[in-house]
Ligand binder design. Sequence first.
Ligand SMILES: Nc1ncnc2c1ncn2[C@@H]1O[C@H](COP(=O)(O)OP(=O)(O)OP(=O)(O)O)[C@@H](O)[C@H]1O
Ligand SMILES: [Mg+2]
Length: 335
Amino acid sequence: MTDAAIDPNASASADDVAILDVRQLKKHFAIRNPWGWRTGSLKALDDVSFTVRRGEILGIVGESGCGKSTLGKTLMGIHQPTDGSIVFEGNDIAGLSPSASRDLRRHLQYSYQDPGASLDPRWKIRRALHEPLVVHTDFGYDERERRVRDILQAVGLPAGHLDLYPHEISGGQQRRVGLARILTLHPSLIVLDEPTSGLDVSVQATILKLFLDLQKQFNLTYLFISHDLSVVRMICDRIAVMYLGKVVEFGDTETVFESPRHPYTQSLLAAIPDIGGRRITDTFLLEGEPPNPGDLPSGCRFRTRCLMAQPRCAESEPELRTDWPDQQAACFFAE
Ligand SMILES: Nc1ncnc2c1ncn2[C@@H]1O[C@H](COP(=O)(O)OP(=O)(O)OP(=O)(O)O)[C@@H](O)[C@H]1O
Ligand SMILES: [Mg+2]
């Protein structure tokens, strides 16, 4: 593995294997008082940089509210970034309007955290699956129907489901339909936002296997957002750990799980009981609440919950350090 491949701060060069290169990405939401006046900003993403290599599964983990979905939606163009660049397959798509970037983004797709939200309850599954092809291609009905049936089969659903409404199928089947809808556009990179949450363990296992099968079949790269560290450990090649809009640790999955460097990652991994090799909870257990993201502390944003905090941590913000092979951490005192 090269340093450039592991280093989230290294820009991808032309002959790099990067499919996505995100630099200093910011997404700030306005905080308004009851009269609608802007009183501040909530930094949901604050200088996020990383590179995704073609064909890998990159996990994004962190507590609720740390900015994982905002990251996925900003990459997808559902949110306009406040600043920064998003180079996808060689094109910077960050500043483009949704219509200008539609074709460039066609191969970058976002799978919603709530699968029901991406399906119109008034549309049968057939219409939901035809619709992306109507928007993006000039195929006639028969060609669309043929492709839709092929994809439906690839995600393991019978053709009879085309005539059902979303409420007539299970949560696991809704996930499969959501995935089928995306796959009709031949994406190269899919952002999967909490793709196993709300599913029972046996359904989770079949959905995970499906992701891996589809990855091979369609040459996919995944950005895998999840609370479930056992799932992340099982399927991700590298992970980015986020805390309040920042990547605080990044690296090879096994290396980070074996020897986490950042105190935040250490607390996350230590706080989750591990029984028989399987973590028994999918929520993080960490002392205290994160600070209000609209009113961040000075310096390191983790210092108010950090057992290792020193005066220096209040003075300036630590950058990701590259002192370890295959791993980076944004902490002055990490060893
Ligand atoms: N459209 C929006 N307007 C204002 N604030 C927002 C908006 N979307 C997200 N936020 C805020 O941005 C922060 C990050 O939210 P986000 O949904 O990205 O978190 P998350 O990591 O996906 O959390 P979860 O694990 O609960 O899904 C939160 O403080 C949230 O309240
Ligand atoms: Mg989310």
